[in-house]
Ligand binder design. Structure first.
Ligand code: SF4
Ligand code: SF4
Length: 357
């Protein structure tokens, strides 16, 4: 055994400055203005007089090593050797010479990528990690993203929306994702099915009991072995018990559905931030192209495009026209499932008048 313990390897984000285009580094925090010469292109001008052009490129979202190498090669040849990724897996190239913008756009479009995603366009859908490195997914969020972006490609390329539209997907009901102008989330519709033989070997029962937000799980002895039981009347089918205890199977092909929520907005630029609200539930989770969910999203986007005023985000638009009118113009059925009548909500949700967005 070595005498000195190995020192820890620091992980986490490296300092981003070392990877920045030199013009960005030099003008950091000292930009005078920026403008939008065309979809997918931004021009920033610094107080120093320096200018930099950004070309935003949409990708297939989950990137394989061949695509990454190809995108980096384009960056080396056409974009001063710098490249960066946005949180929605767009690639952004920066060039300090305007003459380089069009050759760069040609190179990326010739390679099969699309330029866009700026200003009042539909941004690249974001998705949570899903089956890549998470233990909770009830669906393949990245597959939903790819299918929908294929259908919305023109809305990414052009700036035809009243304002920017952020669309998100998430593959469980409890953790990351959500809070988009439009959010497509998995929806479990039945309580977990317990594999009692496995529970006693795999699960730490106290931590599973503690995970349930409505105290629906109890320890139980089944066939002489320690296991768990679920009070199905209380269970809200949230799926929180599934990650610490995979034998509590919550997702399946028949009962795992998708739901669409709208009007989420973090920004307080023109109006207050808002929570998203459920507008369509029980949508078939139908791979590989998810046509039913995609049709609903396209329908909502079309209604927003037709009816909203310039610069209204989806939440602003609904606020102005009202929810009854929203359901009329989108032709979505308003059902009993849209009414939150869960009696526990009064205690657990935002019931205070003091902290309210
Ligand atoms: S949304 Fe849920 S299942 Fe999907 S990556 Fe996030 S925590 Fe995991
Ligand atoms: S699905 Fe949610 S509510 Fe139902 S038992 Fe599991 S943790 Fe509790």
């Amino acid at each position: 055994m070595s005498e000195k313990p190995r020192s820890p390897i620091e992980s986490g984000c490296p300092d981003g400055f070392q990877y920045m285009h030199p013009v960005m580094r030099k003008n950091y925090g000292a930009w005078k203005f920026h403008e939008h010469p065309k979809p997918g292109v931004l021009r920033h001008v610094g107080y120093s007089g320096d200018e930099i052009w950004t070309v935003r490129v949409g990708t297939q979202r989950i990137l394989d090593i061949f695509s990454l190498r190809e995108l980096c090669d384009i960056g080396d040849e056409y974009a001063d050797g710098y490249i960066h990724f946005t949180i929605r897996s767009n690639v952004e190239y920066m060039v300090s010479d305007p003459a380089k913008v069009e050759p760069l756009i040609k190179a990326v479009t010739d390679a099969g990528y699309i330029v866009g995603g700026t200003k009042n366009s539909v941004t690249m859908l974001s998705h949570t990690q899903g089956w890549l490195h998470c233990d909770i997914p009830g669906t393949d969020a990245s597959g939903v993203v790819k299918s929908m972006m294929d259908e919305l490609i023109d809305e990414f390329r052009e700036c035809n929306m009243p304002n920017r539209v952020h669309i998100t997907t998430s593959c469980c009901q409890i953790n990351c994702g959500g809070q988009g102008d439009i959010a497509i989330n998995v929806q479990h519709t039945k309580p977990p099915k317990i594999n009692h033989d496995l529970v006693s070997n795999v699960c730490e029962r106290p931590s599973v009991v503690a995970r349930c937000p409505v105290a629906a799980i109890r320890p139980a002895m089944v066939n002489g072995k320690p296991s768990l039981e679920v009070d199905e009347k209380k269970c809200i089918c949230c799926g929180a018990c599934f990650p610490p205890c995979p034998p509590m199977q919550i997702n399946d092909a028949e009962h795992s559905k998708l739901a669409v929520w709208v009007g989420g907005n973090h920004s307080n630029a023109r109006s207050k931030p808002t929570f998203q609200k459920l507008v369509a539930a029980g949508i078939p989770n139908n791979p590989p192209r998810w046509p039913e969910a995609t049709a609903i999203v396209k329908n909502i986007l079309q209604a927003y495009k037709n009816d909203a005023k310039d610069w209204e985000r989806i939440n602003d638009w609904i606020e102005r026209i009202g929810w009854p009118r929203f359901f009329e113009v989108t032709n979505l059925p308003f059902t009993k499932y849209h009414i939150d009548n869960w009696r526990g909500a009064r205690n657990s949700l935002n019931a205070s008048t003091h902290i309210r967005f």
